[in-house]
Design a protein around this ligand. Structure first.
Ligand SMILES: C=C(O[C@@H]1C=C(C(=O)O)C=C[C@H]1O)C(=O)O
Length: 297
């Protein structure tokens, strides 16, 4: 006798599962609203490090044929709504020359209902965040040949100075519309440690300081250097952006050491933020693709 359950009974099981998922989603939304009241009041409820921890935990416990990229996409919508339950949330996306728009990336990450406002320059994105028009901003990652070294505007103190708090996409395999783009996220909150992070320092040098010299000064203070970007201008002097392959907090003793050891060469060292490391491609490999590859090899 055929032991396969009938279509009706299988559909009954799906209905039961859907109700449970739905009940849990409604409950999660209520908990998120309660969390909003438990948080210190600030310019935004957005906590990217926590979101990354949520996703990393789910990806690590995942099993079975549902692709991890689908799991992440589902949770991106859930997390985006959860955030908007905690107060108004809008994103300023850099969108200057044709093909440079970070709007697709913003949509992939913050879901279909989050307002995304396009801004035509890095300064306009920064202003949208400083003035509270948008909760966060997306900017192109710094590069040595980039004409606009926007990161230098973050090298100052004060409450209304945005910090770098994230890197997008979190999961390239789950970011179809911004597939070939990357962005840094800025907001008026400090970066928080997620367990696997990079940080950014800006060094203000009194006289010419090469990228390799800066690297060795920073490494001598036990801060592992991932990359450096140089900006020198007659009016602004020598500024170096250093990406550190570790989380660096405001009270990190390595920062103090860096400044104390190099008082003559480095006039100022600014911690301008950091980001949780995104998923590597292998973390989200679709089990079906992986199985096919195993067959082939
Ligand atoms: C619920 C929180 O607020 C936001 C929503 C999150 C969530 O839904 O899991 C996680 C981080 C925050 O961006 C939180 O900070 O825990």
């Amino acid at each position: 006798m055929d032991s396969t359950p009938s279509l009706d009974s299988l559909r009954g099981e799906i209905d039961e599962i859907d109700s449970k998922i739905h009940d849990l989603l409604m409950r999660r939304t209520q908990v998120s609203r309660t969390i909003a009241n438990a948080k210190p009041k600030g310019p935004t409820s957005f906590r990217l490090a926590r979101e990354m921890q949520v996703l990393r935990r789910l990806v690590a416990r995942h099993a079975g044929p549902l692709p991890r990229a689908v799991l992440v996409r589902l949770w991106r919508e859930i997390l985006a709504d959860s955030l908007s339950q905690q107060g108004p949330f809008a994103v300023a996306a850099y969108s200057a020359e044709p093909g440079s728009s970070l709007t697709g990336l913003a949509r992939d990450h913050f879901g279909v209902l989050t307002p995304v406002l396009e801004r035509g320059s890095a300064v306009r994105v920064i202003n949208a965040v400083v003035e509270g028009e948008c909760s966060i901003g997306l900017l192109p990652p710094p590069a040595s040949d980039a004409p606009d070294a926007w990161w230098r505007y973050l090298a100052r103190s004060g409450e209304k100075v945005p910090r770098i708090i994230g890197y997008l996409p979190f999961a390239p395999a789950a970011a179809p519309s911004g597939a070939d783009q990357t962005a840094l996220v800025i907001g008026l909150v400090d970066a928080e440690p997620s367990g696997a992070d990079h940080s950014f320092l800006v060094l203000e040098a009194g006289s010419e300081l090469s990228r390799s010299a800066a690297r060795s000064l920073v490494e001598k203070a036990d801060l592992p250097v991932h990359d450096t970007v140089l900006w020198d201008s007659p009016s602004e002097g020598y500024l170096l952006l250093v990406e550190v392959a570790d989380f660096v907090g405001r009270d990190d003793p390595r920062l103090k050491r860096l400044q104390e050891n190099n008082g003559e060469r480095i006039q100022h060292c600014w911690l301008i933020g950091g980001y949780p490391l995104p998923f590597a491609e292998a973390d989200l490999v679709d089990p079906r693709v992986a199985a096919k590859e195993r067959e082939r090899s």
